[in-house]
Design a binder for this molecule. Sequence first.
Ligand SMILES: Cc1cc2nc3c(=O)[nH]c(=O)nc-3n(C[C@H](O)[C@H](O)[C@H](O)COP(=O)(O)OP(=O)(O)OC[C@H]3O[C@@H](n4cnc5c(N)ncnc54)[C@H](O)[C@@H]3O)c2cc1C
Ligand SMILES: NC(=O)c1ccc[n+]([C@@H]2O[C@H](COP(=O)([O-])OP(=O)(O)OC[C@H]3O[C@@H](n4cnc5c(N)ncnc54)[C@H](O)[C@@H]3O)[C@@H](O)[C@H]2O)c1
Length: 484
Amino acid sequence: MTQRDYDVIVIGAGPVGENVADRATAGGLSVVIVEAELVGGECSFWACVPSKALLRPAAALSAALAVHGAAAAVTGTLDAAAVLRRRDEFVGDWDDSSGEDWLRQTEIDLVRGHGRISGERTVVVSQASSADAESPDGASITLRARHAVVVCTGTDPVIPDIPGLAEAAPWTSREATSAGEVPRRLAVIGGGTVGCEMATAFRSLGAEVTLIARGGLLGGMEPFAGDAVREALVASGVTVMNGTSPTAVRRGAGGVRIDVGADARDGQEAARQRAVVEADEVLVATGRKPRTGDLGLDSIGLEPGSWLAVDDTMRVVVDGNSALAGGWLYAVGDVNHRALLTHQGKYQARAAGDVIAARANGTRVDDGPWGAHVATADHAAVPLVAFTDPEVAAVGPTAAMAAKEAETVGRGIRVIDYGLGGVSGATLHRDGYTGRVRAVIDVEREVLIGMTLVGPDVCTRRRSPWSARCRSPGSGTRSPRSRR
Ligand SMILES: Cc1cc2nc3c(=O)[nH]c(=O)nc-3n(C[C@H](O)[C@H](O)[C@H](O)COP(=O)(O)OP(=O)(O)OC[C@H]3O[C@@H](n4cnc5c(N)ncnc54)[C@H](O)[C@@H]3O)c2cc1C
Ligand SMILES: NC(=O)c1ccc[n+]([C@@H]2O[C@H](COP(=O)([O-])OP(=O)(O)OC[C@H]3O[C@@H](n4cnc5c(N)ncnc54)[C@H](O)[C@@H]3O)[C@@H](O)[C@H]2O)c1
């Protein structure tokens, strides 16, 4: 068995692991990254990039159709096969060689295989594809870290315990974002961001879509956001079943049959809500669980399959908030459950990579609130967007969350609602623009603490010609420069 020593071991080469590795390397440390599948992770190959590639063509078409003078130039409909081909280009046909090249250029070593922690500062990587006849299970490499092991292993989809669901071979976000063709009928379970975005995308590509949602849509955001998205989905032909959940699922020769009842938490509606949904595919979009089940956590006294709680410098904490003995274990990105978003994970990664380097080099650690080595915004200002139609962009608490917190801390808040249709830039952008913005203000400090925007293109970032010119080679968010 081979053994190698490094300053830092990063497990998982998703966007977060890549950024931790990049910053620790920039801080003068030797870094190895371990990847079981593709360098670039879920985001590049089965989540953000392909989902946005599936959504963008319909958004572009809708934008053109909404502007007099431009609409007349639209003479056809969406070409679903071309949309899928464009998606394939964005994910490089699921080839991660550009990610591997970037690691090489950045002088980060890559070990391919499944990493497991086997004790303090030690990770054993099993390389299943070994051709070695003496070790049919593949070779193993033992990695030892002088300073830190950083878990960036992300999440897997949750498949709820609904009779027959697992046996019905449901789609998860992976099968949806990598679909080779558009099913005639698609049922979507879950009204969160994945469910709403995928219902939007597949409807635009021609599928008959039924969305089965336990509560309203986009829970956790301002209710008017979910309402607007629901209204638009229904107008586009999606059947939206709010307050419902599947009770049984069965795949037969003609497709999938889903028995739907009122969500168990709302029993009195059960009789009225019972229905049968028939579909060719069923997408499960009911949340995520941490990829820590087979990570060797038991070897260091942690619970396999659990989220990894961290302090603001991303160090794993146990027993109420003290760093795990020795302070050598970090968890960054989705796996720490602070914000399941790529940009927020990368923000955490910059803080984590830099603080690991500072601690290793004995330089000052800037870990006060909003310091360079902490991810303070995770608690106060997480920006998030849903690329639905209309789009939703939000940051900070909703009015309800802020009111609840205000009650506890005795703070006053003010809520301002405004129709975006009255903003001249919006009306120029699109004929008959409708949208809404809500601002939540801390009245004592006169500080804006939360904002939600709903409307066409509220998420769309305008690139200046300069940023377009600065783009490095490679595709979209997987280009080396965008890893920083
Ligand atoms: C359909 C969908 C769309 C999304 N769209 C957006 C979006 O538009 N914007 C946004 O901000 N977020 C979006 N997200 C969320 C985003 O994908 C995640 O927040 C992001 O991928 C988390 O990055 P990560 O590096 O923590 O984990 P991941 O991207 O999951 O990467 C983890 C990596 O670790 C590897 N790994 C796991 N275990 C091991 C092991 N034991 N050994 C070796 N390697 C291992 C995996 O193979 C993987 O490559 C979306 C999610 C989904 C499901
Ligand atoms: N644009 C983006 O930034 C973007 C896009 C997609 C995903 N994401 C990230 O990915 C994460 C995962 O998204 P998600 O949508 O899978 O999870 P989610 O937790 O956001 O939503 C899951 C939804 O499924 C519902 N649900 C759960 N069990 C159900 C059942 N049995 N029947 C009916 N409904 C049920 C929940 O009530 C909830 O509304 C999100 O937290 C988000 O951060 C982000």
